[in-house]
Design a protein around this ligand. Structure first.
Ligand code: HEC
Length: 90
């Protein structure tokens, strides 16, 4: 193997670690965002005990925003995405 091949492989491995790590980090961040934002007026068990599809969670989060839950559109989308994956309708 030439030095350049080793460098390219090394770079590839490094990039995949970075990619993996940033994915993990943002998943944890979204969970934290959800836990912080959605436990301000009631316990976190409120949303955790429910199961909805994308439409259902979108409606719920919009309802919470109308109650006064402060979220940017970006935060709302992240939370809706997280809830849809973590607490899907069966
Ligand atoms: C500004 C206050 C507030 C925040 C912040 C808040 N909620 Fe609520 N939530 C309410 C109120 C008020 C109710 C109705 C309580 C009741 O009926 O006892 C409620 C009820 C709920 C329910 C129960 C079902 C229902 O429709 O009444 C769910 C699920 C829920 N919230 C999810 C969430 C999620 C997810 C978040 C974070 C995005 C969140 N809440 C943040 C105020 C809030």
């Amino acid at each position: 193997m030439s030095v350049i091949t080793i460098k390219i492989i090394g770079f590839g491995i490094m990039m995949s670690f970075l990619f993996f790590y940033s994915g993990e980090a943002s998943a944890n961040e979204t969970q934290k965002l959800f836990e912080v934002k959605c436990s301000q007026c009631h316990t976190i068990e409120y949303p955790k005990s429910e199961r909805h599809d994308l439409q259902g969670w979108t409606d719920k989060v919009n309802l919470m925003r109308s109650y006064g839950c402060k979220l940017t559109d970006e935060e709302a989308n992240k939370i809706i995405d997280y809830l849809t994956k973590t607490y899907p309708k069966k």
